[in-house]
Design a protein around this ligand. Structure first.
Ligand code: F6P
Length: 456
């Protein structure tokens, strides 16, 4: 069997138990620890001058190969093109796109450097799997260096419709680069349609059956592979965490109040400002809930050196203060807003304690928190997931209370519905979602993608 080489910008921390950043790192780590392979990417470090070296370290079945970024590359590639240009663009937030030529130049430079550093490590029959928007041109760069390996790409975030994508001057370069891969994976059918619609309408390509297409002189295939979790493992962990010290402390602190929980990186795409507004509307329109419900939003700071992230943080601090100032009582704080991260084991206990999982991104590739919340529930007394219709997970989780995050009154009604749902309805919604999670688990995501890549 050929070796698997995974390439992603963020590589899960090598130290056991350390917090990893975002769903991608968690998912890739879980997949690789099962089948083994090489994981190549950024070490998370930067250097001011001089040159860098690739550091390799093997832990269990995974060989980590990581390299630092020069400070100017971190600025132009990571902070700049990846997170100030592509991230808002791919999340349909044109007004937040910050575009500079030097960002594009840095983006191409880092991709070429990654390809150049990876190249000597590659064996001819390695299966290469590149992840996410930071590394779109990497496959093409490897091809230009003569590598004929099977190379697949998976986009963890949404892919916008052509009318939005073409607002970026580099749209053709981006899509042409994607076409150099043997297989392009997206989270949902909607993303696949957006991509193929670009191929037809803008690239002038042709689209056949099963996502096969031809464009820019390349033949490739685009398909949806919704990323999953291991629900039963998580359920076991959550059941064990129910007795953990922190879960008990949380429970005691609630003094019988219903808990609504949200866990998101502090990112404007997560819709936290509107989520806070919706909670305020709930307290306003349902006075009987005051003193009987607590909303805990965990939002570890993320990309805090990007301007739009600093701005959303300020907005949220203002809103949290406002809600608590307006409704708090001497014995009740309506909103607990925490800018810190927790270990996965602790979160499973918090999820199990919460009556409602509140997940309302304005746009999200998948959102694994939604899936994790469901898996962590007590089957006898499960909580309810209130989920944005614009999260990729909404295409699978039919038992959620689906809401439009732009309509705060509608979201507040969704919360009310979730809080007053009968146990029978909660159980039946949970069972239907859990069965989807089991079918589309993380193993299926990895197997389906790699099978399709091998058989191209
Ligand atoms: O899942 C989307 C994603 O952008 C990953 O690519 C990334 O690693 C994660 O979110 C967290 O973001 P960052 O690596 O910028 O901290």
């Amino acid at each position: 069997m050929s070796r698997l080489v995974v390439v992603s910008n963020r590589v899960a921390p090598i130290q056991e138990g350390k917090q990893s950043s975002g769903g991608l790192a968690v998912a890739v780590h879980d997949a690789l620890s099962e089948i083994g392979g090489v994981w190549f990417g950024w070490s998370g470090e930067t250097y001011a001058s001089g040159s860098s070296k690739v550091k390799t370290e093997t832990k269990g079945k995974i060989t980590y190969a990581t390299m630092p970024l020069a400070r100017r590359d971190y600025d132009a590639f990571y902070k700049g093109y990846a997170n100030a240009t592509l991230w808002p663009l791919f999340h349909y937030r044109m007004e937040l796109v910050d575009y500079h030529r030097r960002y594009v130049v840095g983006y191409r430079r880092v991709n070429e450097e990654f390809a150049g550093r990876l190249a000597p490590m590659l064996q001819p029959d390695d299966l290469v799997w590149v992840h996410d928007y930071h590394l779109i041109p990497l496959g093409r760069d490897l091809r230009m260096m003569g590598h004929r390996n099977r190379i697949g790409f998976f986009l963890h975030i949404p892919f916008p419709p052509p009318d939005l994508l073409t607002t970026c001057s580099d749209h053709a370069f981006l899509v042409q680069s994607m076409c150099a891969y043997d297989l392009i994976g997206f989270q949902t059918e909607n993303d696949v349609e957006n991509f193929l619609s670009y191929i037809r309408k803008v690239a002038g390509g042709t689209v056949g059956r099963g996502g096969r297409f031809e464009a820019y002189g390349e033949k490739s295939r685009a398909c949806a592979f919704p990323i999953g979790i291991y629900p039963d493992r998580l359920a076991e962990q959550a059941a064990a965490s129910a007795d953990a010290r922190q879960t008990k402390r949380l429970l005691r602190s609630l003094t019988g109040k219903d808990l609504i929980v949200g866990v998101d990186r502090l990112d404007y795409s997560k819709g936290l400002d509107r989520r806070f507004d919706a909670y305020e509307t709930l307290l306003e329109t349902a006075p009987s809930l005051r003193g009987h419900v607590t909303f805990m939003q965990i939002a570890p700071p993320s990309r805090s050196d990007v301007q739009s992230y600093r701005e959303i943080r300020e907005v949220l601090e203002g809103k949290a203060g406002h809600i608590n100032g307006r409704f708090a009582e001497f014995d009740w704080v309506p909103l607990r807003y925490l800018n810190k991260s927790f270990q996965r084991e602790q979160l499973t206990g918090f999820f199990r304690t919460a009556r409602v999982g509140f997940v309302t991104p304005l746009r999200d590739g998948m959102n694994l928190v939604a899936k994790e919340y469901v898996a962590c529930q007590d089957p006898e007394d499960p909580g309810v997931l209130v989920l944005s219709q614009f999260a990729g997970a909404a295409a699978e989780l039919d038992g959620a209370v689906t809401v439009n995050p732009y309509d705060t009154e509608y979201v507040a009604e969704g919360l009310q519905r979730a809080l007053s749902m009968t146990i029978e309805e909660r159980r039946s919604r949970w069972a239907s979602m859990m069965s989807v999670l089991r079918t589309n688990d993380l193993g299926a995501w990895r197997r389906n993608f790699l099978r399709a890549l091998r058989s191209r």
